[in-house]
Write a protein that binds this ligand. Sequence first.
Ligand code: S3P
Length: 185
Amino acid sequence: MARIERTIVLVGLMGVGKSAVGRRLAKQLDLPFVDADAEIEAAAGSSISDFFEQHGEAAFRDGERKVIARLLDGKPHVLATGGGAFMGPETRLLIKLRGISIWLNADLDTLVERVSRRNDRPLLKDGNARQILSDLMAVRNPIYAESDIVVESVNLPLGEMTVRVTEALCNWIAACPERARRPRV
Ligand code: S3P
């Protein structure tokens, strides 16, 4: 495969496995892995749930936009974004210009099961996770679908899922090796 000179950006809803798959993908591609949410927490000096509580969602989105812009300005890596990051038009444009986006898509049952393993997601704090995720899918899926590559995150072991993502990425680049080249902007 052509050397990857662009950051690989994983997008998709909460619980789909962006960080878990991203970590493994980075290992396979021999690229660093960065978790955007962890970078935001480090920059803010607080957890995302505390940040939401103290400053609200708009301030979080602002910080998220800045952190991702900074990361996309750096060396190529594998970047797991928070589920709402790709909704920001500025972030989406930057990802299109500088990165290669991969949407990990999953069905509602899979997402509901996976988010139940953690209870620190501010958007799921007050209300029924299935309803909230279903509402988010309706709004967000058409936008996630603008990604360069789409991979169905069926209930597979992480290793298997990573193989699928790697294959999809290799095929996408093989069709046009220019796609892996360093962005001009
Ligand atoms: C969010 C997803 C979270 C985190 C924040 C908001 C969202 O990240 O960024 O709670 O808007 O979907 P994960 O997708 O990694 O859970």
